[in-house]
Design a protein around this ligand. Structure first.
Ligand code: S3P
Length: 169
């Protein structure tokens, strides 16, 4: 089985994912890192050169590939959930966990991050509107965890306790 971490940018998926993988002795995989390595470009470079649509194609290729793996913690880019095909690949052998936090916490974490082309230079209202658009996808995940007041280590423990009995399947 795999554990798939989803959630809006800045919610802490990669930090939690690394801790979780360590605790469970699973491999850690980050979809954005895979895309960057495969195309030898950073995420902002891919968006600038090819646009979001092409980035989503690259993302689906990577998701299709890593969803064949087993015993991994997979940290997904925030937009992976938008594609039904991605979700079907990931559900094949995975439990989908959604991490969410208050708007203030997320905006505080991501700030005006040049490494995140979808929010760079955007107003608070525009970021909130993107968060609202994503909600309908996140709410379909198997497990949802509010991480607003939890340190990453406690989030990892909470995921382990919520998935108890399923992790070694
Ligand atoms: C995106 C989230 C980013 C990255 C890309 C698009 C999104 O990943 O995949 O910039 O659409 O929400 P993080 O969620 O790891 O920042």
């Amino acid at each position: 089985m795999n554990i798939i971490l989803t959630g809006f940018m800045g919610v802490g998926k990669s930090t939690v994912g690394k801790i979780l993988a360590q605790k469970l002795e699973l491999e850690f995989v980050d979809t954005d890192e895979k895309i960057e390595k495969l195309h030898n470009m950073s995420i902002p470079e891919i968006f600038a050169e090819f646009g979001e649509e092409k980035f989503r194609e690259f993302e689906t290729e990577v998701i299709q590939n890593i969803s064949q793996k087993d015993r991994c913690v997979i940290s997904c880019g925030g937009g992976v959930v938008k594609s039904e095909a991605n979700m079907n690949f990931l559900k094949y052998r995975g439990k989908i966990v959604n991490l969410y936090a208050s708007t203030d916490k997320i905006i505080g974490n991501i700030g005006n991050d040049a490494n995140r082309p979808l929010i760079f230079g955007k107003s608070r209202e525009e970021i909130i509107s993107l968060m609202n658009e994503r909600e309908r996808f996140y709410k379909n995940c198997h497990i949802r965890i509010d991480v607003t007041d939890l340190p990453a280590d406690a989030v990892a423990d909470k995921i382990i306790s919520e998935l108890e009995g399923e992790i070694n399947d």
